[in-house]
Design a protein around this ligand. Structure first.
Ligand code: ZN
Ligand code: ZN
Length: 585
């Protein structure tokens, strides 16, 4: 099916390039119609071509059929390549800017010499665009805003930001009269670390009212489209949000379709085809051989109302959204994935003693308020000067203070710990006799995060194998979109961690998510323990837990392999056993 989509994109591009060149409007729209037909087609175009039936499709003449066959044979269309060669390369990148249709792109190219985003910016700034006839100040402002946004949006939105926005939207829009269901779909629902657009799927008795409430929001910077059952807006926060309103009867099919991933959807469609059915965003239908989409002919779907119905009708286990990626096999029974409510402790958090903002008691109260039963106080070690790391004397005072606090909060297990630096050579930032006085030791890399893979592996292995270390904090030190961090041999690390009983952390801060999903998968397969900690510096950071849990689920983690799911007794015996095991190691 993906061939349909890439071929549709080719015809869409042919239409756009023709339009930029100022060619005949009828020819332009004929190509655009072919693109739409391919997009809507629910069977593989190559099957139709193989049967010699391309021209049976409405809107496909002999010329178009030849182009399609050419694409299927050689992966390119000669006419399209010729047109691309004729035009400046950066010109098509202007089409992604809202307000810059192919006609406008053609005009600014021919009349103002604009050939890409940079020259467009120049033409706006120099007034060259304003000097063109029929180019009003409002239009230009519009283009300038869109260009600015396109540059900003080149960076995808972090999970932490998108989730907060989506929750606020769902919360507020659910209050509109008639709304029965409102969910987010897409990469956000799958828990990806960065998000493109936010997709919302709604069921409501009052579609008009919901679209109005959505497009009239105060934080809407621009309404990109507003129809009866669909609307798109750009929020001032720099994110595009698409709202789709569907009938309750097809909600599951639409939610599934827009949750994706594309690869998962392809696998499900293939499964449907092998069972003489067809799957699209309107439902799972019997395959009656008719080319026209079944929903347009009033065909009753086999399943459509819920995702569970569709998986069941495909004779597949229900797959949680986090396990719908290209590596996941939809025919396999999913493991019983960890949930936020399974988490009983946070084993990495900071107080005012280093660079946190809470007193010990405030941190304990904040943890209790979020349903946690245990908290480890782990301030920075002496080398983290910029984070006000604790000298040995200050650490010994801190241990005493934490133990006093423990006695004041008998319902909570309060652990005196440290986030001790793993130095560049793999040694730790406190001597062993000091580390031995702590209830828990988190060891983390903070400096030399560009060292080569071999050195990074040795450095982290030394910390994993250290008998006094319980958890490796944010093992790679990466920051999403800002720095890649260490690239150690993860298989070697996870095997060593499994052998020594050391837990590897998923740092739940949405800017870190380190371990990342792929590493969690490796760790789970190696049988090593995982910690999900928030690394809280203020009370609200404790709520980052859910991002850690989503990442864990994408890595197939179950609660049995997560140290934060242990009750008091089990947690304390792990902490003790780890050290005795390490001693004999
Ligand atoms: Zn740290
Ligand atoms: Zn920390």
């Amino acid at each position: 099916m993906s061939v349909n989509r890439s071929l549709a994109a080719c015809f869409e591009q042919i239409a756009s390039l023709m339009e930029i060149k100022g060619e005949n409007a009828f020819k332009v729209s004929a190509n655009r119609k072919v693109a739409r037909l391919l997009e809507d087609l629910d069977r593989d175009i190559s099957d139709i071509a193989a049967a010699g039936k391309l021209t049976d499709l409405d809107g496909i003449g002999k010329g178009t059929a030849k182009r399609i066959e050419q694409y299927l044979q050689q992966g390119t269309i000669d006419d399209l390549e010729a047109m691309r060669a004729e035009l400046p390369q950066g010109l098509t990148s202007l089409l992604d800017i809202s307000g810059m249709g192919p006609k406008t792109v053609g005009r600014v190219w021919r009349e103002a010499g604009v050939i890409d985003r940079a020259t467009l910016k120049e033409a706006i700034d120099s007034g060259a665009l304003a000097a063109l006839p029929r180019m009003g100040a409002k239009t230009i402002q519009n283009i300038a805003d869109s260009l600015d946004f396109a540059q900003r949006a080149a960076d995808r939105t972090p999970l932490g930001k998108a989730m907060v926005l989506a929750e606020m939207l769902v919360d507020q829009l659910s209050a509109c009269s008639g709304v029965r269901k409102l969910d987010w779909a897409g990469s956000l629902r799958r828990g990806c670390e960065t998000i493109g657009d936010i997709d919302l799927i709604a069921v409501t008795d009052d579609p008009k009212g919901l679209v109005e409430a959505f497009t009239n929001r105060e934080d809407v910077e621009k309404v990109l489209a507003a129809g009866e059952t669909k609307a798109s807006v750009r929020l001032a926060q720099g994110v595009q949000v698409d709202l789709r309103i569907v009938d309750a009867a097809v909600h599951g099919a639409t939610l599934m379709y827009f949750t994706g991933s594309k690869e998962h959807n392809v696998k499900l469609r293939e499964r449907a085809r092998s069972m003489q059915m067809r799957l699209n965003e309107y439902g799972l239908f019997p395959d009656d051989g008719d080319e026209t989409p079944p929903q347009q002919r009033g065909v009753e779907p086999v399943a459509a109302a819920t995702e569970a119905d569709i998986y069941a009708a495909l004779d597949l286990p229900m797959q949680p959204p986090q396990l719908r990626e290209s590596l996941d096999d939809p025919t396999c029974d999913p493991p019983d994935l960890i949930e936020s409510s399974d988490i009983l402790s946070d084993l990495h958090a900071h107080t005012v003693a280093s660079d946190g903002h809470l007193q010990i008691d405030e941190l304990i109260d904040a943890a209790r308020a979020r349903g946690l039963k245990a908290i480890a106080i782990t301030d920075h070690s002496v080398s983290s000067v910029q984070a006000n790391g604790l000298s040995i004397d200050r650490l010994l005072d801190q241990i005493k203070a934490v133990h006093e606090a423990r006695d004041r909060h008998e319902d909570m297990l309060v652990l005196a710990g440290s986030e001790v630096d793993i130095r560049t050579d793999g040694t730790l930032d406190y001597p062993d006799d000091v580390l031995a006085q702590l209830d828990i030791v988190v060891a983390s890399p903070h400096v030399a995060l560009k060292q080569d893979a071999t050195a990074a592996t040795e450095r982290l292995l030394a910390a994993i194998e250290h008998p006094l270390v319980h958890i490796i904090g944010h093992p790679t030190g990466r920051m999403i979109g800002r720095r890649p961090g260490l690239e150690p041999d993860m298989l070697a690390l996870t095997k060593a961690a499994a052998a020594t009983g050391t837990a590897l952390e998923i740092n739940a801060n949405p800017r870190r998510l380190d371990l990342r999903d792929a590493h969690v998968r490796t760790a789970v397969a190696a049988g090593c323990l995982i910690a999900i900690n928030t690394d809280a510096h203020v009370a609200e950071h404790l709520d980052f837990r859910r991002y850690g849990v989503l990442t864990a689920r994408r890595g197939r983690l179950t609660s049995s392999q997560c140290v934060n799911c242990l009750d008091h007794a089990a947690l304390q015996s792990w902490l003790a056993d780890k050290r005795s095991l390490g001693q004999g190691h």
